[in-house]
Design a protein around this ligand. Structure first.
Ligand code: NAD
Length: 437
């Protein structure tokens, strides 16, 4: 199949290279020339484990190319995927669809022969109808079918998620389009990944319902964690106790500083807006959004309390800035709000992140960036682990203690077992694990 991917970011690039690896011929398009130049020069514009090698392999094999020239690539395509960003619209929280609609117009004018136009971006219910209307208006003779194929990959594990998905959702009732999509995803049948064919609006809603449910699950365990601290219980054991029930499941039950990232915050908000527009409010998700919003600043208060209630002029070593490990993505990272709140209280911040520092530098003021955890901890009165990168799981506490002003570890991801740090002479505060237990 000849596939064009419009938008070569976290989703477009990973999807494009994986399709190429299945054996399809793929052109990745992006309007950002610097991304395309980087890709053509063999440099990855994003950090994603394994991406570099897979791109090199498929580009060498001639199955994967990169361009800013949308019209000439679309002309020959069997399927054109729209994988552009759909951030929150400033002011009201609705998804900003301007990039999706701009791409749709360009596709309409460029396509020749039967073409399946596929929204892979996360888009609100009814967007496919609007994409179709835009295409028909711009080019009434275009022979297109518009399908929805939401993406469920996770940054940091994106390639294996794409190649071994739990399911692939395809929303279209057009038989020709279904056949093209079947052919595109046929290599996945070896991995026994089910294709869920459904109607377009249903597919669009599945993506929001999935993300909202996961965000709600995280928020649920975070509130249970708060209760654990008050009543003298351990949230990790509660999570294990409930998660081993198959009806609940053990994933997404890790208490922490609140969800962030490029998807959950904007998608929960967009679902809330859609539901309100249709006069069918989803109060569970409205509450999820509100609870998560206040949690990040609450985590800063937790750090301040652990440091004796006053951080003015004291240094906090922040370990981990990205919204999760194994990505350089800083969008809506909890670290941003936590650091801002600590700075408001007068703290001095020294930070270290294995790959996120470059992006973080553009988003954080007055932060000293260190080359490793030990440099970050220099003269610090506390270490706060915000992102659970693997390299923070076996820190040398004697070395840390020797450079710190006070030995205190605030572990917002519970990566250390309670009791393990005390023997190094550190005071330790986790999440949802009562210290007096
Ligand atoms: P991103 O910002 O990393 O990438 C989007 C790319 O689209 C950018 O490189 C941008 O330059 C390009 N672009 C914008 N308008 C364009 C146009 N008209 N023509 C060509 N290129 C254009 O975004 P992302 O994280 O890859 O997310 C893309 C979509 O996928 C969003 O809707 C998101 O919600 C969804 N999604 C993201 C993830 C994730 O983990 N990042 C997972 C599932 C779904």
């Amino acid at each position: 199949m000849r596939i064009v991917m419009i938008g070569s970011g976290y989703v477009g690039l990973v999807s494009g290279v994986c399709f190429a690896d299945f054996g399809h011929s793929v052109v990745c398009v992006d309007s950002d020339r610097s991304k395309i130049d980087a890709l053509n020069a063999g440099r990855m514009p994003i950090y994603e484990p394994g991406l570099d090698d897979l791109v090199t392999k498929n580009a060498k094999a001639g199955r994967l190319t990169f361009t800013t020239d949308l019209p000439s690539s679309v002309a020959d395509a069997d399927a054109v995927f729209i994988a552009v960003g759909t951030p929150s619209r400033r002011g009201d929280g609705h998804a900003d669809l301007s990039h999706v609609f701009a791409a749709s117009r360009e596709i309409a004018l460029a396509c020749k022969g039967f073409t399946v136009v596929v929204t892979k971006s996360t888009v609100p219910v009814g967007t496919g109808d609007e994409v179709e209307r835009i295409i028909r208006e711009a080019n009434p003779s275009a022979d297109v079918a518009v399908a929805s194929n939401p993406e469920f990959l996770r940054e940091g594990a994106a390639i294996s998620d794409f190649k071994r998905p739990d399911r692939v959702v395809i929303g279209t009732i057009d038989e020709r389009a279904r056949n093209v999509m079947r052919e595109i995803y046929r290599p996945l049948s070896l991995n026994v990944s089910p294709l869920h064919f459904t109607e377009r609006r249903t597919a669009e809603l599945i993506k929001y319902a999935a993300n909202a449910f996961l965000a709600m699950k995280i928020t649920f365990i975070n509130e249970i964690a708060d209760l654990c601290e008050k009543v003298g219980a351990n949230v990790q054991e509660v999570a294990r106790g409930i998660g081993s029930d198959n009806r609940i499941g053990s994933k997404f039950l890790h208490a922490g500083p609140g969800y962030g990232g490029s998807c959950f915050p904007k998608d929960t908000l967009a679902l809330v807006k859609t539901a309100q527009d249709y006069d069918s409010p989803i109060r569970l998700i409205e509450t999820t959004v509100a609870v998560n919003d206040v949690r990040k600043r609450a985590m800063a208060r937790k750090i301040i309390a652990a440091m004796g209630g006053d951080v003015r002029g004291k240094t906090v070593a922040v370990l981990g800035l990205t919204f999760k490990p194994n990505t350089d993505d800083m969008r809506e990272a909890p670290s941003l709000s936590i650091i801002a709140a600590l700075q408001d209280a007068g703290a001095i911040i020294r930070a270290y992140d294995p790959v996120g520092a470059e992006h973080a530098k553009g988003l954080l003021d007055q932060v000293t960036f260190a080359e490793d955890p030990y440099e970050a901890a220099n003269e610090a009165s506390a270490i706060a682990i915000i992102t659970e990168w693997d390299e923070f799981r076996a820190l040398d506490f004697q070395r840390l203690k020797s450079v710190m002003a006070e030995p205190l570890l605030i572990d917002l991801r519970n990566i250390y077992p309670q009791g393990e740090i005390d023997r190094h002479g550190f005071a330790y505060v986790g999440v949802g694990r009562a210290t007096f237990a």
